[in-house]
Design a protein around this ligand. Structure first.
Ligand code: GLY
Length: 428
């Protein structure tokens, strides 16, 4: 089989790595890919947002399965275009992708179908959003751009003044362009966050390992938000919470999507916060998480080809997924200064050979005169797995000592929340 992976980050490297293990896979292409994926297949210079270019490429190369990594091509309708041409593709269609691409739609959908979520209001104008301050009894509140903003569309306002500034920047000065034409103002919730992933063909639901992302730049969840500084899996959710997530969030959502005539075939990613009143949905995404894919794929048995094909063909009922009894940790090595200004073009050096069990997924890298150099904010994803979370953590951090690039920054506490939770569980 010939596979095309759309995208070029760490998540897409992880997808290519997993699929490359399938005996039936003879060739992997990635558009645009990255130097890590180039070691597993061929990267082609087509952007993930160039839907016509991707359709032409898939037709020309007779691609058997296209797997879409990022949300933008899904929101642009890549699945609709591929299916019109009879090309097999993994991912929800344009209408169903609104669950991520249109946050006001997603919140109204959750409200309508009784999916637990924060209280919210939707505004198109600054005057409406400002009038709302009269009814805000306590800060912080969360302001979200309704459209896709590349991870830069969520703001926490700690005071009325901060709220007014955010409203001005989004709805008056249009800092986020089209993505911020409409906003959602939400109740601020506190609790541990977990990312839940299921494969669905619209009918059958298969659970993948849960995970916890670390979005803040600094240890102990401080500092600015990033695209994710690391993750571990599985997230040790207790049985009561898992059952609520399954019965009150995931099952009704998949059912409601189908009842609303949406062709949801792909991965549904629920960003959940476990509040004192139970789990609630912070957001739905229509694709694998990044860096969560980098930790969940290594602990799934097998190569994932069969489940992904079955989703695309609407035959997921025929498939089983087995999860290894392992923990997996991913630490993101970032360019110093990220998520603000940072330098690129720094040479990445492996001072010592890494253990053969360590997995390196490349994210923001490029080849320059045969050297591997940094090309973006999040550069490398270092992943280890082990039966014991503490050992997995020790291994990942000792492997990182062997890697160097100028300005390299990483969090030191990935996995700590899981270890604390496991300790409390043992004490009970
Ligand atoms: N891990 C956050 C995201 O993929 O959106």
């Amino acid at each position: 089989m010939k596979i095309l992976i759309v995208g070029g980050g760490g998540r897409e490297h992880a997808l290519a790595w997993k699929l490359s293990k399938a005996k039936k896979v003879k060739k992997i292409y990635a558009a645009p890919g990255n130097p890590g994926i180039a070691e597993l297949g061929t990267c082609v210079n087509i952007l993930a947002s160039d839907i016509n270019g991707l359709v032409r490429f898939a037709e020309e190369k007779k691609i058997d399965l296209t797997v879409v990594g990022p949300e933008v091509p899904l929101a642009l309708g890549i699945v609709d275009e591929f299916e019109q041409k009879g090309l097999r593709i993994f991912g929800p269609d344009k209408k169903a992708s609104r669950i991520e691409a249109d946050k006001s739609f997603a919140r109204e959908f959750m409200h309508r179908f009784g999916i637990p979520a924060p209280k919210f209001q939707v505004y198109d104008t600054a005057s409406g959003a400002l009038k709302y301050t009269k009814t805000i009894s306590k800060y912080p509140v969360v302001v979200k751009a309704s459209g896709l903003a590349g991870g830069k569309g969520v703001f926490v306002a700690n005071t009325r003044k901060a709220y007014e500034k955010i409203i001005d920047e989004i709805l008056v000065q249009h800092h986020l362009g089209e993505a911020g034409k409409r906003i959602v103002v939400e109740e601020f919730l506190t609790g541990q966050e977990t990312s839940i992933f299921v494969l669905t063909d619209g009918t059958t639901i298969l659970y993948l390992p849960s995970s916890q992302d670390h979005k803040k730049l600094y240890d102990r969840n401080r500092g600015p938000n990033t695209g994710g500084m690391g993750a571990y899996a599985p997230y040790p959710t207790n049985r009561r919470v898992s059952s609520i997530v399954e019965k009150v969030i995931i099952q009704p959502t998949v059912l409601a999507l189908r009842d609303q005539g949406m062709n949801y075939r792909g991965v549904l990613y629920a960003g959940i916060i476990i509040t004192s009143l139970g789990p609630k949905v912070l957001e739905f995404n229509c694709r694998f998480g990044d860096p969560e894919a980098q930790v969940i794929l290594p602990i799934i048995e097998g190569d994932m080809l069969e489940p992904l094909l079955a989703v695309a063909d609407g035959k997921l009922g025929d498939v089983e997924i087995k999860i290894k009894n392992h923990w997996s940790i991913c630490v993101v090595l970032a360019s110093g200064g990220y998520p603000y200004d940072y330098r690129v073009g720094e040479e990445i050096q492996f001072k010592e050979k890494l253990s053969t069990k360590t997995i390196v997924f490349q994210a923001g890298t490029k080849k320059e005169d045969s050297k591997l150099v940094t090309a973006s904010g999040r550069v490398l994803n270092i992943v280890t797995t082990h039966e014991n979370l503490k050992v997995a953590k020790q291994k990942v951090y000792s492997e990182i000592k062997k890697i160097h690039f100028k300005g390299m920054y990483f969090r030191k506490d990935i996995g700590n929340s899981g270890m604390k939770k496991m300790k409390r569980k043992r004490r009970k």
